[in-house]
Design a protein around this ligand. Structure first.
Ligand code: SAM
Ligand code: SF4
Length: 490
């Protein structure tokens, strides 16, 4: 791999870089048991409280569940308000600049609290911590932050907290590269009683030119299938009904293990008794095999729902993004999926205003939305990330055009989402009742197989149950439904 003067990996070298990447075999695989580490962890948190503010993706949310588990094993209890806590931790995201800006703003507001309470410990972890520029800014302008650690060493949190109690200086413990294995038996405080998230893979090898994730999360590492399935069995025994398998690139699962791929893992997971739904995110269009499509089609426990980020409808833009597929190849994949899974629901991610995106190329994205007819889309304005190859492309789309394109795209997608939802009015659907609605305690929140939110009225005892509801009303973002008398599915 060659790196130019500014420290960027050369775009043309990325394939070679991927080929050069060393992938440990199963025999070389390290597998650290957190229970061994936990033997050394004291009860320093006894009588103290913690608060974790989480930014970013579902993986960060899940890392927060793990770090909460470690802190509670140290005796910490959750604080109701951030400013009441003895330990405040920011679990950060570096994917877009605005996510980082929020963290800097929040960290700034903590300065006076630290001045008032010198025993307060402040920590920063997650993807931002992996960036040297961020660490430098902490050193120079935010010395009130006590500990900084990255995505590869979440498991050392207890020891860092202990060190912070005895040190006045900021402790930096960021590992440049992930170790070759996985940490198992990590404690978790799960935030939901019905749905649980399970990591199956860490890191990303794709190096899309706009994306910082391969730099902050490192190479792909798969957990051993037996560890994943054991965790799912435990969750089933605890009464969880829905599992989401997590990874940046789940369909790459197993590339570093012998004899197992993602379709095999899904099949195993679908066979765990007591689990009603096995979801997964995120799957990349680049290596979505027919075997995987058939596995999804075959199992009723695997919802007919796929989040399939396309990023752009223009083959030229996709090439500059280094996504590894053309518009035609993506549409061919969609058509293969729709043929084998006729009632499939698709959602996507899109970036507008990528360097060099012309109005015509943007129009190709709009036409792709109209052709695929996604149930929903997460849409973003391109955000240059230092160190990624795309920052060397001339960023010639004006801020105004970027914003306008985002607005136009959202208008198109909102129209499609509403139309898709309206088609469901009068239909009877299987939903999993998740919880009370956040805004109205008289309303329950349920989720269709296609991941659509449904508001229903019913007894709280329905929470955690699969029931039949009839859709009565469609909105852009959610449905309303009524519970059928014979609603509960046994
Ligand atoms: N691994 C997933 C995939 O490739 O589909 C996506 C993970 S990424 C954390 C989530 C989404 O953030 C991406 O699908 C992309 O749309 C968006 N994203 C990533 N980098 C971005 C950037 N520099 N600017 C704007 N959006 C970005
Ligand atoms: Fe980022 Fe691409 Fe990896 Fe997704 S596949 S995490 S967009 S580099």
């Amino acid at each position: 791999m060659s790196v130019n003067n500014e420290g960027f990996i050369q775009i043309d070298d990325l394939d070679q870089h991927a080929a050069d990447t060393h992938r440990p075999t199963i025999a070389e695989r390290q597998r650290v048991d957190y229970r061994e580490i936990a033997k050394e962890v004291g009860r320093l948190g006894e009588g103290k409280t913690y608060f974790i503010r989480t930014h970013g993706c579902q993986m960060n949310e899940h890392d927060t569940e793990i770090m909460s588990g470690m802190l509670e094993e140290m005796g910490y209890t959750p604080a109701r308000e951030m400013y009441d806590a003895d330990f405040i931790l920011y679990n950060t995201c570096a994917v877009r600049e605005n996510a980082e800006d929020k963290v800097w703003g929040n960290l700034g507001t903590l300065k006076p609290y630290k001045a008032k309470n010198p025993n307060l410990i402040i920590g920063l972890c997650g993807c931002m911590a992996q960036e040297e520029v961020v660490r430098e800014r902490i050193r120079t302008t935010h010395p009130h932050v006590d500990i900084v650690f990255g995505t590869h060493n979440v498991h050392v949190l207890p020891s860092l907290v202990e060190q912070a109690h005895h040190s006045k200086l900021t402790i930096f413990d960021v590992w440049d590269a992930a170790h070759d294995g996985t940490i198992e038996n990590l404690p978790k405080v799960r935030k939901d009683d019905v749905r649980a998230w399970v990591n199956i893979q860490y890191g990303c090898n794709k190096f899309c030119t706009y994306c910082i994730v391969p730099f902050t999360r490192g190479e792909e590492r798969s957990r051993l299938p037996q560890d994943v399935i054991e965790e799912i069995k435990q969750l089933a025994a605890e009464g969880y009904k829905e599992i989401t398998l997590l990874g940046q690139n789940v369909n790459d699962y197993g590339i570093d293990l012998e004899g197992v791929d993602f379709a095999d893992l899904l099949e195993l997971a679908a066979g765990v008794d007591g689990i009603e739904r096995i979801r997964f995110t995120t799957s990349n269009p680049w290596n979505f095999t027919d075997k995987l499509i058939d596995t999804i089609a075959r199992h009723k426990q695997i919802p007919n729902f796929i989040h399939l980020p396309v990023q752009s409808g223009s083959s030229q833009v996709l090439r500059r993004m280094k996504r590894g597929y053309t518009r035609e190849e993506y549409l061919d994949l969609v058509s293969r999926i729709k043929t084998r899974i006729p009632d499939v629901a698709l959602t996507t991610d899109i970036i507008v205003g990528f360097p060099g995106e012309t109005e015509e190329q943007f129009q190709e994205t709009v036409s792709l939305l109209e052709e695929v007819r996604y149930e929903g889309a997460f849409t973003f304005v391109y955000s240059p990330r230092a160190g990624t190859p795309a920052t060397r492309l001339p960023d010639d789309v004006s801020e105004e055009d970027k914003k306008k394109r985002l607005y136009r795209l959202n208008e198109v997608q909102d129209g499609i989402s509403l139309e898709q939802n309206q088609k469901l009015v009068g239909h009877v659907l299987n939903v999993l009742v998740e919880c009370e609605s956040k805004n109205n305690a008289d309303v329950l929140q349920a989720r269709t197989e296609s991941n659509k939110l449904v508001h229903i009225e019913g007894a709280k005892t329905l929470i955690g149950q699969m029931i039949h509801v009839k859709v009565t009303e469609a909105k852009t973002w959610y449905l309303r439904g009524e519970v059928l008398p014979q609603g509960v599915i046994v």
